[in-house]
Ligand binder design. Sequence first.
Ligand code: COA
Length: 388
Amino acid sequence: MLINVLTKAILASELAPAQRKDGEMNNRLEGGLEGVTVADTRLSEVDGLRGRVLLVGEPLERTAARGFASTCGLMWDQQVPSDERRRELEAELGRARVHAFEQLPALGDALRTLGPMAALRAAVARLAPPTIWPHDAIALTGAMAVFTAAIAAGAVPIAPDPGRTHAADLLRMLRGAAPDPEEAAALDIYLATVIDHGFNASTFAARVVASTEAPMGAAVLAGLGALEGRLHGGAPGPVLDMLDAAADHPDAWLIAELAAGRRIMGMGHRVYRVRDPRAAILEGAVGRLAARPDVAARVASARRVERAAEALLAERKPDRPLRANVEFFTAVLLEALGIPRALFTAIFASGRVAGWCAHVREQQQHGRLIRPRARYVGLACHEVGPAA
Ligand code: COA
């Protein structure tokens, strides 16, 4: 009885913001750490009310237009890279892709027998030295993603060409033929757009692992694990399934989906209360390919589904704006680039890994062990039965 009373008292004390005797603050947090600030960062800032993302103080629209290598340089050097520095970064990525290709045989059956994300984890676990450099992590992730697709299709993986940009070469390795410049530019913009986004789940996971002084490779593995779920990076494949299924009768399809208690993929966001600004950047990137009738038709159909979903969700959740997120137009763009949908999350990972690496370095330089508390709500000790 006494223990029960004490337990209730302790639980009650945890519900209110209060300074406990041991000096720790016990603010009661929303589930899922919603709205909680857990660290300082100089890398990116996400304004969910105004729909604005800054990378190292630069608007994402501007950094994305400069491309992936330039955005990597911005994140790592904390300044916009010169043309020479950008070329140097592209060259480093090129050398690292060649190195990743040379390591392929060491992976044995992993690329053939595992799904793309599991194969990426196997590649990082097997091939990445613990202190892997960011450009090696990026090249390994991108190259292995396209190699899994080649091997799944029964084709022989195509060797990298270090003289091309990272995006152009990934597309070339995927297809066996050089992409046209607009396609290469569209993938370059995509990779630059998804590079970083505050303390999203995978970045947070990578930082938690780095905070224990675990090496970069272990933190990248944590990021890869967190990205796989469809509440984070796993949504674009299901978005495309939805666009296929809902194209003819968006309203009817979406109503049935919501009635079945399912979420509309590619809609809603933890932070945004407006349309995700990255959706507009990716919509612009896919617009570069809209001279192709198949792409123009898909974009028009996707916009119809987006408008219908937005209207239905607004009716059902008037207090919680649920608008298109980055995954919605990721699906449309990656499909237009001929990337198989099973590969979408792995391609996302190949861009986001650059952000993880920058965050790991920031954590290593300035961070502390990330170790929050959990509020115990289980049985009180007298309620536990005798050990079997
Ligand atoms: N479709 C339908 N309803 C949705 C929804 C969606 N896409 N997103 C949120 N909601 C509803 C929830 O069911 C919840 O309703 P309830 O209060 O009646 O339970 C309410 O909106 C609040 O959702 P919540 O789960 O608190 O939001 P969150 O911040 O935890 O989730 C996402 C954010 C992104 C996980 C969520 O919007 C989602 O699941 N979206 C679809 C998956 C997706 O696109 N993932 C990629 C994200 S970039």
